[in-house]
Design a binder for this molecule. Structure first.
Ligand SMILES: Nc1nc2c(ncn2[C@@H]2O[C@H](COP(=O)(O)OP(=O)(O)OP(=O)(O)O)[C@@H](O)[C@H]2O)c(=O)[nH]1
Ligand SMILES: [Mg+2]
Length: 363
């Protein structure tokens, strides 16, 4: 899990630290101590000595008497540049280093992120946050940036469902998403989790479209000893969900409604989804996304956003090496990610935990 993005991020951290060392030498040249810039001018007083004989003559001094040269010397300040002074004028290196991450490395970093399935926009956003920053802190900066991208408000679906049941005698949670994204498996796993919390559950087999879909959910219901409401194939899924709601009212529990996988481009199935929602008005809608989906995952969020989902569940994270999609998803929508699908078993539904994910990506 996350092997690819982890390797990329580790590589980046190392690279930055190295490049900071190189930059250090380069930038030292530019770091000029200000006082070196203030011109230091040495003024040498040059004495212009007159020829003693001429002085004597001119001054009519007696032979043997010393001329009072000092009275006649001209003092002229002359700027004289010596080799030593030239050296002094040169910029002095000081014990302070530039530690900025170079632009070239930032570009490489962006590319690495995109390779790890991070969308270009997000890669750019992260890189921008690192620009002009001290490269020695790259790991910490990266950690903070990833955390701020992934963090979300605490939400407990168990508490939410219990609250609704208390308030209105039942609750309905409806799942939708692309074909094969993991809806049915997720419903079974959530059933397992909520059963442990002693919440009465009924499954609604509202995928009346795909062959064996009803049997698949029925098998989970049998295994978990959870009630199920099902109709015939080709039946109206909105009617299945409606009947399941009646059942939930009777048992004072929650409906977990499965629906057929659909592409947003499939007009009929999208209209069908609108109908299910219109008739049954679920308390919560969850978009199930396959984390292995590349950049298409953002398009799925956008298109399913038209039916206005409340939360997300990302599946197949256990086999997701790239890991970057999660960052893109969090940037694209402010809807919470409730769980991550982490395997094939009922227990393999992990609560979304930003810190845990960042640790897996960085440490
Ligand atoms: N490794 C792994 N496999 C998963 C996970 N979730 C689902 N799968 C597998 O993905 C495949 C599709 O899962 P389903 O639950 O049938 O998906 P769906 O969205 O209901 O599919 P449709 O009803 O055909 O649209 C199955 O083989 C599941 O076992 C997960 O978290 N990890
Ligand atoms: Mg299914």
């Amino acid at each position: 899990m996350f092997g690819f993005i982890k390797k990329s991020l580790k590589g980046i951290v190392k690279k930055f630290e190295k490049s900071v060392d190189k930059n250090k030498v380069k930038k030292d040249e530019e770091e000029i101590v200000k006082e070196n810039n203030t011109e230091k001018t040495k003024v040498k007083r040059k004495m212009v000595c007159w020829n003693v004989k001429e002085v004597n003559k001119e001054l009519n001094l007696k032979k043997g008497k010393e001329a009072k040269i000092n009275e006649h010397k001209t003092e002229e300040p002359i700027k004289e540049t010596t080799k030593e002074m030239e050296e002094e004028k040169k910029p002095k290196k000081r014990g302070f280093f530039s530690r900025q991450i170079s632009e070239k490395d930032l570009q490489k970093f962006k590319l690495e992120l995109v390779k790890a399935n991070v969308s270009f926009d997000v890669a750019e956003e992260i890189a921008d946050k690192l620009r002009d920053k001290d490269g020695r802190n790259i790991k910490k900066l990266l950690r903070n940036e990833l955390l701020s991208l992934l963090e979300q408000e605490e939400f407990s679906i168990g508490t939410f469902i219990k609250g609704k049941i208390k308030e209105q005698g039942n609750c309905m949670v409806l799942f939708f998403g692309y074909n094969g994204s993991g809806k049915t498996t997720t419903i079974a796993r959530l059933g397992y989790l909520l059963k442990e919390q002693k919440i009465p559950i009924v499954f609604a087999a509202a995928d009346t479209f795909r062959a064996a879909a009803i049997e698949q959910l029925s098998a989970h219901a049998d295994n978990l000893k959870i009630d199920i409401v099902k109709h015939k194939y080709g039946g109206d899924p909105a009617a299945v969900v409606f009947d399941a709601k009646k059942h939930a009212e009777a048992i004072n529990g929650v409906v977990l409604a499965d629906t057929a996988g659909r592409l947003h481009s499939d007009k009929n199935l999208m209209e069908e989804l609108h109908k299910i929602l219109r008739i049954n008005k679920p308390d919560m809608t969850i978009l199930v996304l396959d984390s292995l989906t590349g950049s298409d995952i953002l398009e799925q969020i956008e298109k399913f956003g038209e039916v206005d989902f409340d939360a997300l569940i990302l599946t197949k994270v256990d086999v997701n090496e790239k890991g970057g999609a999660m960052l893109s998803v969090k940037q694209k929508t402010d809807k919470p990610i409730l769980f991550l699908g982490m395997g094939q078993e009922y227990k393999d539904l992990e609560k979304f935990d930003a810190e845990k994910i960042v640790k897996k990506m960085l440490d």
